[in-house]
Design a protein around this ligand. Sequence first.
Ligand SMILES: [Zn+2]
Length: 227
Amino acid sequence: MVLRVFSLIVREISYSQLLTHLMEKRIGQETPLTVKQKPKDFIPIADDGFQFPFGGEAACRPIDNGWYVALGLGEGRYSSSDIKKHLGEDWNLKGKNDCGESIFAIANGKVILAGYEGGCWGNVVIIRHQLPTGEQHESFYGHLGALSVSAGDEVKRGDVLATSLCSNCICGDPVPCHLHFEIREEGCPDWGNAGPGYEVDNRGRVLPSQFIDYYKTQACFGVFLQD
Ligand SMILES: [Zn+2]
């Protein structure tokens, strides 16, 4: 009897050891599967919605919080041969020096370009965003000063991209500090590049304020443009 009980206990211990062993083996086998490599072209989903590229209350409602559009999308600039249209919105801060203003990511995404793009642009940032539908857009921020991000960074809505605006950008004449801001659709000929700022057609640009209003983050419900 004693022997039988002892034998049962030994079997019980062996069985539990076997189970432990199997579980460890299983866990050991599954561990590498859980470390998934992100594909190089991975673009984070903008599942937190969109905001304006400014801080504080201006993130939801730039108008009435100091900012205004000095030059809108599609407004003309006359040259000797043709009329070129503005490819984004120029945002200025009313009655203040804009040069020390920080600029923020409008939604989750990946930094495609961050750096100096010549005297007229100064520093620029391009972020690529993916909507939950899989559709992609780019936000482009021109005439920036000191940058806080690098190409390849994944950013969240509201992350700081730059801590100042360009105070000495030269486009023929020196440009006073302001943000040149574009939103582009897939197929835009300047996808992934700074682009010309003005062109004879709107080249795959959408109206930034309207786009942000449509896809606004829940944090801006009730305080947004038309609300
Ligand atoms: Zn502009």
